[in-house]
Design a protein around this ligand. Structure first.
Ligand code: U2F
Length: 448
């Protein structure tokens, strides 16, 4: 709306790391037409805002990026640890958000009628109470991990921190057969005084206070979780997969991955990506490269940075007829292409959903956070993928997994199961689907 038609201000508080802010922006883009009189202020770091707001996109004029401090101390010299920017940012919250929100209130003379935040932001419970406004928390991962965070204290009490190896979560409804070592380590053994475990612990305590928790998932993907989540939150709204509910965005494919795929046989290509933050250690990259070279399967490998430096010497030249290596791939389109037959993934939730939507079985090498839990769900609950070796990538383990998924009957069986789940995903976002109904409930919460 033009300034004079703005009747409501809605604050959106994004988490600026990994793939958190862009699904939150997708959610807000979907909400905005439903609340035409509202202006959404998207509070996020400058770096993340610059990455996700496309310059020429005027479709969502009612969503305005607003930069907040990223918490980098003055004269800061980076140690190179990838956790450091996250920890600096976590320390700067919630003051950085509060300052920015106060400035907007002063500038516009309007108060916020609703706060939509990344679910990590437990402090929004207090903000919402002060404003007497609803708090909508958005969880960017799966339903199992959010439930476990609620029970951090219980789980820690039962498992006893020092020895979790070999212990099972059978005492938790819905989690029998899941090992304690498979769940996010922040829950079982993280130091609750350090920034991320502390934030997640507090989140577990505060999230039940949210007016609604929205999640980028759909009820039918994990029916065992539906009653459990409904009983723990005021409103738990599966509204995804969001990738199926947005207009087709321009996805750049400067390296021609899709054209190359057009020339490949059906279900013959392995796509490899470890998401936006993970980089496997050099010996695992080498093992995977050797497995691809020896097995001869065709591949697209998305690897951030300079591939010449990351992959074995001569690998790119020797495999140039078999595969493409790019620094960023049109993943969603690749996974929907009929030539793609396997996805070697770190099991980030967005990747898992995209693989399901594309009907591509997964070969899993999980690293941190919810990823191992997602891997177990893929393997044991849905049966649509396999682990790789003993957790680390080895040449032999990768070759066996590729063989299994790309050229065995078991791989075909996984594809059939995926077809069923995939259909459920598409049904959920149809006009009578569960995600559509939940989205309407969510709209009602923010328009009230
Ligand atoms: C964190 O996950 P990541 O950001 O590491 O990974 P994903 O959730 O799988 O999201 C990666 C997204 O980046 C896209 C891809 C996904 O939408 O399509 N992408 C791409 O377009 N091209 C590429 O070459 C590579 C990736 C965290 F690490 C996980 O544990 C969490 O589950 C996740 C959600 O909270 O956030």
């Amino acid at each position: 709306p033009g300034d004079e038609n703005v009747k409501k201000l809605i604050a959106v508080l994004a988490f600026p790391f990994a793939t958190h802010a862009s699904p939150l922006l997708s959610l807000v883009q979907r909400l905005s037409p439903a609340v035409p009189e509202a202006r959404f202020i998207f509070f996020n770091t400058a770096k993340s805002n610059n990455a996700i707001f496309l310059e020429d996109d005027k479709r969502w004029d009612s969503i305005r990026p607003y930069n907040v401090s990223d918490g980098t101390p003055e004269n800061y010299v980076s140690s190179g640890s990838p956790m450091e920017p996250i920890e600096n940012f976590a320390k700067a919250t919630p003051e950085n958000f509060r300052t920015a929100m106060e400035t907007v209130v002063e500038e516009t003379g309007m108060g916020f009628s609703c706060i939509i935040t990344d679910a990590f932001y437990w402090f929004a419970a207090d903000m919402a109470q002060e404003l007497q406004a609803p708090w909508v928390a958005f969880w960017t991962a799966g339903p199992r991990s959010v439930l476990l965070h609620l029970d951090t204290d219980l789980i820690r009490g039962i498992l006893k921190l020092s020895r979790i190896d070999g212990k099972m979560l059978d005492f938790l409804p819905g989690f029998s057969g899941i090992c304690a070592t498979d769940i996010p380590p922040e829950i079982t053994c993280g130091d609750l005084n350090s920034p991320m475990p502390r934030m997640l612990h507090k989140m577990g305590l505060m999230l039940p206070k949210a007016t609604a928790v929205a999640i980028n998932s759909f009820e039918e993907i994990d029916t065992a979780m539906v009653n459990l989540t409904n009983s723990r939150f005021k409103k738990f709204l599966n509204i995804g997969p969001l990738v199926l509910t947005l207009p087709d965005l321009k996805i750049s494919d400067s390296e021609g991955c899709l054209q190359w795929l057009d020339k490949q046989k059906q279900e013959s290509v392995a796509y490899i990506s470890f998401g936006s933050t993970v980089m496997p250690p050099p010996h695992e990259l080498e093992a995977l490269a050797e497995a691809l070279e020896t097995s001869g399967f065709h591949f697209i490998w998305s690897i951030r940075g300079n591939p010449e430096e990351k992959l074995p010497k001569g690998f790119l030249e020797r495999t140039k007829d078999k595969g493409i290596v790019v620094s960023w791939a049109p993943q969603l389109k690749i996974l929907q292409h009929e030539a793609t037959g396997a996805f070697i993934t770190h099991c980030g939730w967005n990747s898992v959903l995209e693989s399901i939507v594309g009907g591509v079985p997964m070969i899993c090498r999980a690293f941190f956070g919810d990823q191992r839990l997602n891997m177990r769900t893929i393997e044991n609950v849905w049966g649509v993928g396999t682990g790789i070796g003993d957790g680390e990538i080895t040449k032999d383990g990768a070759m066996k997994a590729l063989e299994l998924v790309l050229s065995s009957e078991e791989g075909q069986y996984m594809r059939q199961k995926l077809e069923d789940i995939r259909k459920l995903a598409f049904d959920a976002v149809q006009s009578h689907g569960s995600s559509t109904a939940n989205f309407e409930t969510l709209t009602a919460v923010i328009t009230k």
